[in-house]
Design a protein around this ligand. Structure first.
Ligand code: G1P
Length: 186
């Protein structure tokens, strides 16, 4: 464990979704901006993706920052999908966000990857929203409530991401890191 770090574990008593899991952490987060890292999204990057998001937040003078990557349209159903102002910018402002839209109705193919830096105001929104996609309390829906404040941006991080929530992604990650360690895969 790195020096100066404390781990505090919080149990989510019921599987009510990502938004609910984040809300369970409020007592330890308090009134400060905080990071959310979904461990099944593994990112290999020179500078950790979350550090890139924190930098973007600093440059933006606060606000929520979400990691994004473009995905094939047929996969929008697996992700939170954002619509942005100025899609060629590195960190464009988010105009709308929707959880797991069908490919035919997805507003774009810019998908949220499991790294977020969030303002503590998100907890108020998490408490106010109803259950969303899949009958779960969705972090995406709480973020949608924060967008009108105008300080929620998407960050196109530099790095290679592996979806370790799928068997193929887990295998790809294993091969990628093995190769980096100098193993020859035949
Ligand atoms: C969660 C979020 C989704 C996001 C995804 C990234 O979905 O709800 O918005 O795009 O993580 O991996 P899950 O993968 O838990 O279904």
């Amino acid at each position: 464990m790195p020096p100066g770090i404390n781990f505090i574990f919080i149990r989510q008593p019921e599987p009510l979704g990502l938004g609910h899991a984040v809300l369970c952490a409020q007592p330890v987060v308090g009134e400060e901006p905080f990071a959310v890292l979904l461990a099944d999204d593994l990112i290999d990057a020179k500078q950790p993706a979350i550090a890139q998001l924190i930098k973007a937040r600093e440059e933006n003078n606060g606000g929520n920052v979400l990691a994004v990557q473009t995905v094939p349209r047929e996969l929008t159903k697996q992700y939170g999908i954002v619509e942005v102002n100025g899609e060629h910018e590195k960190c464009p402002t988010i105009r709308s966000i929707v959880e797991k839209p069908d490919p035919q109705v997805a507003p774009s193919t810019m998908a949220v990857i499991g790294r977020y830096v969030l303002e503590p105001e998100i907890f108020d929104s998490l408490r106010k929203i109803d259950r969303g996609a899949g009958g779960e309390i969705q972090l995406t829906d709480a973020i949608a409530r924060e967008i009108p404040k105008g300080k929620t941006v998407a960050c196109k991080y530099d790095g290679e991401r592996f979806d370790c929530g799928s068997k193929q992604g887990f295998l790809n990650a294993t091969v990628h890191y093995a190769r980096k360690e100098g193993y020859r895969i035949i």
